[in-house]
Design a protein around this ligand. Structure first.
Ligand SMILES: Cc1cc2nc3c(=O)[nH]c(=O)nc-3n(C[C@H](O)[C@H](O)[C@H](O)COP(=O)(O)OP(=O)(O)OC[C@H]3O[C@@H](n4cnc5c(N)ncnc54)[C@H](O)[C@@H]3O)c2cc1C
Length: 392
């Protein structure tokens, strides 16, 4: 049995931020991570460009969190987009803001930032144990499975930052939910957020696998997106789809406007132009200036084509995508569900275990991609770490 002043379990961005707050408050901090190294999902997030945050007005930024916005608002007020940028700069990261307001390190990847962060935390006395997998509690003792067998700690305060339930191979496998359920913590079921769509393509679509779809608008329920996406063998993937994924998950159909900047009357007028000896496909492609992947989507989902130019124009402006649901949870960029807000107090302390705080993606919130995920993970990690330090 080891005595630990402050224990942080899970070394993703939420856990590391909690550890930093505790260390800054003078606590002796031990960070335990189940995987052989820290921050694996954070590193993966950097593979396609680490989108740290987004430069929006505070109201617009907060609105991205939907129903969880009132809960997250105080945490984001303390650590919002500007704070994320300042924090990254203190770790030696030069940043740039893309045209959409998304903020990235110039290096694009996460490894230089993570390396600098771990070095800074180590300099503050934070200790790390990897391959220490949390298994729950026995009375006051926190129990870990380690390569040397079972190990126990007795901690003054604990912050759990165990992540969501996707990309299990990177560590966040959601197994913690069973442990917390046994402790009486209220949980919401995990669901895919920012996930791709399954589509059962007809064989002719194979030649378009990998093709990007640009310049279109998507809508599902009340959600809209002008983002891009890709036709893949399994369906549709990419930021444009992720932005409307929640409404699709809740049963709304996905509609694509293939000519979002043209009014429907203009589309109908173009369709009505004489086509001579051209096939209808060629005529539509040229008249509507659709590229081959856009045209393929139209033919895939609008066949048999309606008769009148007006009806064809209606399909072009609101093409209903026949999808077979979302891709599986493990493939999702993030997960909805997790620890319910009524299971924690204002300091993110578990009602069921008042010496334990929770932070990051394991809490029940979701947001689109665009830097909102990392910002809220770090904001909640910071909040939980400070609340835990306050208890000490
Ligand atoms: C491909 C991809 C790209 C992404 N890109 C972006 C992006 O550009 N911008 C953005 O904002 N977000 C992005 N995200 C999302 C972002 O990476 C996550 O939301 C964020 O990492 C969650 O942080 P966290 O600290 O809550 O959890 P995690 O980063 O998942 O960390 C949780 C840690 O807990 C550990 N753990 C779990 N269970 C146990 C246990 N029982 N014992 C010990 N340790 C345990 C895990 O091994 C893990 O290291 C991306 C995600 C993916 C998959």
């Amino acid at each position: 049995m080891e005595d630990v002043q402050a224990l942080v379990i899970g070394a993703g961005p939420a856990g590391l931020m909690a550890a930093e707050m505790l260390a800054d408050a003078g606590a002796r901090v031990l960070v335990c991570e189940g995987k052989p190294s820290v921050g694996r999902k954070f590193l993966m997030a950097g593979k396609s460009g680490l989108n740290l945050t987004k430069q929006d007005s505070p109201e617009v930024f907060r609105a991205a969190y939907g129903e969880a916005e009132p809960k997250l608002a105080p945490m984001l007020a303390e650590f919002g987009p500007r704070d994320v940028c300042e924090w990254a700069e203190t770790l030696g990261q030069e940043l740039f803001t893309g045209s959409s307001g998304r903020v990235f390190p110039v290096a694009m990847k996460a490894s230089p930032l993570l390396r600098a962060w771990i070095a800074r935390l180590s300099g503050k006395g934070v200790q790390f144990r990897t391959r220490w997998r949390w298994q729950g509690w026995q009375g006051h003792a926190t129990v870990f499975g380690t390569p040397d067998g079972e190990r126990k700690c007795e901690a003054g305060v604990t912050v759990l930052a165990l992540g969501g339930a996707s990309w299990a191979r990177l560590g966040s496998d959601g197994q913690w939910a069973q442990i917390l359920a046994r402790e009486g913590v209220p949980l919401r079921p995990f669901q895919p957020a920012n996930a791709g769509l399954c589509v059962n393509w007809s064989p002719v679509m194979a030649r378009h696998f990998g093709a990007p779809i640009k310049g279109v608008a998507l809508s599902a329920g009340t959600l809209n997106s002008r983002g891009e996406f890709v036709i893949s063998e399994r369906g549709l993937e990419g930021g444009g789809i992720y932005a409307v994924c929640r409404a699709i998950r809740e049963g709304a159909p996905l509609r694509v406007d293939l000519r979002p900047d043209w009014p429907i009357a203009k589309v109908a007028e173009r369709v009505a132009r004489p086509r001579g000896r051209q096939s209808i496909g060629n005529h539509l492609r040229k008249a509507l200036r659709l590229d081959p992947p856009q045209m393929a989507l139209l033919m895939e989902f609008a066949q048999p084509l309606p008769n009148t130019p007006e009806e064809i124009a209606a399909s072009v402006k609101a093409l209903t995508v026949r999808c077979a649901g979302l891709r599986p949870l493990d493939e999702a960029i993030s997960t909805a569900g997790g620890v319910a807000w009524d299971g924690v107090d204002a300091g993110l302390t578990l009602h069921a275990r008042p010496d334990v705080h929770v932070a990051g993606e394991m809490l029940d919130w979701e947001a689109p991609t665009g830097g909102y995920l990392l910002t809220a993970c770090m904001a909640t990690g910071r909040w939980a770490g400070r609340a835990a330090a306050g208890r000490l």
